[in-house]
Write a protein that binds this ligand. Sequence first.
Ligand code: DP6
Length: 345
Amino acid sequence: SIYCASVTAPVNIAVVKYWGKRDPKLNLPTNSSLSVTLSQSDLRTHTTASCSSTYPPPDTLILNGQSEELNNRTLTCLKLLRSMRAELESSDATLPKLSQHPLKVVTANNFPTAAGLASSAAGFAALVYAIAQLYQLPHSPTELSRIARQGSGSACRSLFGGYVAWEGGEKADGSDSLAVQVAPPSHWPGMRALILVVSAAKKGVSSTSGMQQTCTTSALFQHRVKDVVPRVMGQMKEAVEKKDFDKFAEITMRDSNNFHACCLDTTPPIFYMNDVSRAAVRMVEWINEKAGRRVAAYTFDAGPNCVVYYEEGSGREVAGTFKGLLGGAAGWDGERGRAVEAAEE
Ligand code: DP6
């Protein structure tokens, strides 16, 4: 027989960024981070995991319709999940020995892969979650985050909806480096995200190698890790708890700028934002100035695409302004990208 499980995992966009590894092998971060998980209805990865004694070995992976080589990160995740299943099987002899069957993983994104749209986050979260379901593992999302983290750091946060902290931890074995939910989506139901796809092209410098270069060459980054992030993590949790959008926006924009400043301070410098990204920054600043308070917050990951957070009540001022500028709801197409609206859960 064939055993099968299907799941989806959404993208998350950090408002306090993860950048830097204290242990590249275990994929442990230099600092904690905090993100907002987008709703399941928008940017997401759909993954089906199946296994059967009738499948020929080895394990296989199909990504967006194409057969892919299993990289080391994927192999690590599969190995960890298999050993968790094997442990269950050894304590309960009635369980089918799924850990001994070859695995088949079929996965697809509904958005451009590796364009700085957190595809690895949704991808590894979906992979880990699908296999955990297939193996009927009793582990909590926080326990599974330890595995997803080893696929891609940011993936550990996509195992939860809403507001999620990845506590960097201090232990050398990584046992305290875990994702926890700060608040569920229902805590702040008016939160919205607008994704401005400036470019759907693959990014120039991957986050994995970019952050390594920043770690080893930037002095500004040492300041970020020691003095900036520990302080803003607490402030951001408080802003979420109080649903203080003004504070949420201030920290989000400052942290994005601090992260990109560290990229610029890297030798050789890394440029993720481009002229269109900077135009989006000016647009948000202008919207906030006109409103007389912060009603919108921009943030950029390792690519030029802009994510704008706003509250539903400010939809006309924020999403309306962007869409008006970009030519209607259908967006901003052609060379300059396109506007996609993503609602919070
Ligand atoms: C800028 O999670 O892609 O999006 O752990 O090497 O796979 P690896 O890195 P990855 O880095 C994400 C960096 C970021 C910030 C963030 O999501 O916190």
